[in-house]
Design a protein around this ligand. Structure first.
Ligand SMILES: Nc1ncnc2c1ncn2[C@@H]1O[C@H](COP(=O)(O)OP(=O)(O)OP(=O)(O)O)[C@@H](O)[C@H]1O
Length: 267
């Protein structure tokens, strides 16, 4: 058993395909091209990659990027163990050596000097330089890099550089068509398809408020949370209020607009 084996996904994750994303990812993986999953929060990007890692029988190592993340957090560092300094691989190095898929979630949150360490891995070199250790690690033939990116959050200061962006094949994730989203909500939460469809109808109304004060509308994830609260006995209106409206906004007017949408869709 190697270090990445604990990152294997043993049972098939539930994933409902919504377009040609499975075929696109498989084609990219065949050539080990890096992939960028683009889309709003909670729309299925992580679940999709879990499914693909299972399908391709590759371990999946995930790194959640954040602004304090240093290159060492990704590639590794020397740590003091009794009597000596010993090198510890970071998650990216672990994936590169072990032939895993490495998923860097919300890469744009990381600083530029951290992001550039992926460059030599995402072109023909497929190398990871470990400068502190004086080592150049050649990527395992099965290694592949996938990143996620939410175009809605980006600002001029925080955006992917062209030299990073152009290294990736991209797959767009929007919210699925209403019947498909209802199917997902029903399946993941356990509520019946009829009630799942009304939640999706409400979500669509909330998504129309985007740009009018709401940064994002209700995600598929929020609908599943609401469904689970309904299954636990809450009324649809109370569940939608707790799982969707209150987390989404603190603005009194927007809450009123959402409450009106709840009344129209969920009674
Ligand atoms: N196509 C789908 N098939 C199955 N489940 C889905 C699908 N789309 C969304 N889901 C459900 O929605 C939940 C949220 O999706 P996921 O965690 O993949 O979002 P995400 O896009 O990675 O969000 P974030 O950007 O915030 O990490 C999943 O846990 C899953 O229950």
């Amino acid at each position: 058993m190697t270090a990445v084996d604990s990152f294997r996904i043993e049972t098939e994750p539930y994933y409902r395909p919504v377009g040609d994303e499975v075929a696109v990812f498989e084609a990219a993986y065949q050539h080990r091209l890096p992939v960028m999953l683009k889309g709003p929060t909670g729309c299925g990007k992580t679940r999709f990659l879990e499914y693909m890692a299972w399908r391709l029988r590759r371990p999946l190592v995930t790194v959640a990027a954040h602004e304090d993340m240093t290159a060492a957090d990704m590639i590794g560092r020397f740590l003091l163990v009794p009597g000596e300094m010993a090198w510890h691989d970071g998650p990216l190095t672990l994936a590169v050596r072990g032939g895993a898929i490495c998923y860097v979630d919300e890469i744009v949150e990381a600083r530029q000097d951290t992001i550039v360490i992926i460059h030599p891995l995402t072109d023909a070199r497929r190398m990871l330089p470990l400068e502190k250790k004086n080592e150049l690690v050649a990527a395992h033939p099965d290694f592949q890099l996938t990143i996620s990116y939410n175009p809605g959050y980006q600002s001029a200061v925080k955006d992917l550089k062209e030299s990073t962006r152009q290294r990736f094949v991209a797959i767009d994730f929007g919210y699925p068509a209403p019947p498909v989203e209802a199917e997902i909500v029903a399946c993941e939460s356990g509520i019946d398809p009829g009630r799942a469809a009304t939640l999706v109808e409400f979500a669509q109304r909330s998504r129309n408020l985007r740009g009018q004060g709401l940064e994002e509308g209700a995600s598929t994830r929020m609908l599943i949370h609401a469904g689970r609260l309904m299954l636990a006995g809450l009324s649809p209106a109370a569940a939608a209020q707790a799982a969707i409206v209150l987390p989404l906004t603190d603005d009194a007017e927007l809450r009123e607009a959402l409450a009106a949408a709840i009344a129209a869709c969920l009674g």
